[in-house]
Each structure stands twice: as structure tokens, then as C-alpha cells.
Design a binder for this molecule. Structure first.
Ligand SMILES: CC(C)(COP(=O)(O)OP(=O)(O)OC[C@H]1O[C@@H](n2cnc3c(N)ncnc32)[C@H](O)[C@@H]1OP(=O)(O)O)[C@@H](O)C(=O)NCCC(=O)NCCS
Length: 154
């Protein structure tokens, strides 16, 4: 499989930016995740599309600043932590290895960072990739917080 990573550029003259258009709704991606409101100029987010033969098969939203120190037994990543806010593989293309390939491309592109993700019902996916699972440091709070997965050190 050959995937191309496309990082979306914020248009210089637009104060409020919508990286994905509303018209793209229903094209195999969940618009509630990708059309949530404008991205403000001070945003620390990065938005990516992944293409296979010019067809969009996955999307990723990254956050360049993330705090993880309230989780138990986490390594001291500091500013090296790069959060996968959300990853979605197109409905018709799940289970083909695209999610795994996308993570591989992110790993290559951001080699000086450590990828982390707060799992929203996708623990199986992150575990399969060999990422370690962490819970909130306070056991009484843990059930209110999403599990955190951290990419293994290269
Ligand atoms: C989770 C998601 C990104 C996985 O993408 P995908 O392209 O279907 O995953 P892949 O085909 O690359 O699977 C890679 C491995 O993870 C496993 N896997 C994928 N989803 C899984 C799940 N929900 N539970 C358990 N294992 C899973 C696969 O079996 C595969 O294992 P293998 O390589 O040993 O065969 C995709 O299902 C998706 O977009 N889901 C909806 C959005 C979502 O939940 N995003 C994550 C939010 S934290």
C-alpha cells in the first residue's frame, strides 16, 4: 500500500479556518469529528489527509502541545509529546492496514516527537500497535478519564 501524507496549510488571509469543508460530509468520514467549528489563529493543531491513489482514505488531527503528567507511570516527555487528537480511517477502508500505515508515516515525519493518544473506544487498535496503556494517576478518577496510549521509544 502506498499512502501520501498531506499536511493542510492554513490560508494566510483567513482568520477562522475550516480545514475540512461541510460539503465533504457523508463521504465516509464523520462530520461531527471534522467540522466542529473554526480553527483559531493561535491553535496548536495540525490537520492531515492521507491519500491512496488520490483518494482520501484517512484523516488525522494532531495537537502539538499536550499534558500527560496526570497519568500514572508516564515517561517525562515534556514538549516532545505530540498528541493524535483524532484519527479516522474512511468507512470503506477500515481493516486494510491503513490505520497502522498512517501511524508509521506520522512516526517518520515527526521523528523528534513521541506520539500519544487518549483512546476513545479504540484501545484494541493502540494495543495492537504495541503502545503502552496508562490510566489517570488517581485510581478514583481513572474511570472518568480516557486511557492514554504512548508510542514506544524508537
Ligand atoms: C481505529 C481505526 C483508526 C483503525 O484503523 P484501521 O485502518 O481499520 O486499522 P488497521 O487495519 O491498520 O489495523 C491495525 C491493527 O489494529 C487492529 N485493530 C484495528 N481496530 C481495532 C479495534 N477497534 N480493536 C482491536 N483491534 C483493532 C487490527 O486488527 C490490526 O491488527 P493486525 O495488524 O495484527 O492485523 C479505524 O477503525 C477508525 O477510523 N475508527 C473510527 C474512529 C476511531 O475510533 N478513531 C480512534 C479514536 S482514539
Amino acid at each position: 500500500m502506498s499512502l501520501t501524507l498531506v499536511e493542510l496549510d492554513r490560508p494566510v488571509d483567513e482568520r477562522f479556518w475550516f480545514p475540512f469543508t461541510y460539503e465533504e460530509a457523508g463521504l465516509g468520514f464523520n462530520n461531527q469529528w471534522w467540522y466542529r467549528g473554526p480553527v483559531y489563529p493561535h491553535s496548536k493543531s495540525i490537520f492531515l489527509r492521507f491519500l491512496e491513489n488520490n483518494n482520501e482514505v484517512a484523516r488525522v488531527h494532531l495537537d502539538t502541545e499536550v499534558g500527560i503528567d496526570h497519568y500514572a507511570e508516564v515517561p517525562p516527555l515534556g514538549a516532545a509529546a505530540l498528541e493524535i487528537q483524532f484519527i479516522e480511517v474512511h468507512d470503506d477502508h477500515r481493516g486494510r492496514g491503513i490505520g497502522r500505515a498512517v501511524i508509521g508515516l506520522l512516526h517518520n515525519r515527526y521523528q523528534d516527537r513521541r506520539l500519544v493518544a487518549f483512546s476513545e473506544g479504540a484501545d484494541g487498535f493502540w494495543s495492537t500497535l504495541g503502545w503502552r496503556r496508562h490510566l489517570h494517576a488517581d485510581p478514583e478518577e481513572a474511570s472518568y478519564f480516557r486511557p492514554l496510549f504512548i508510542q514506544p521509544q524508537a
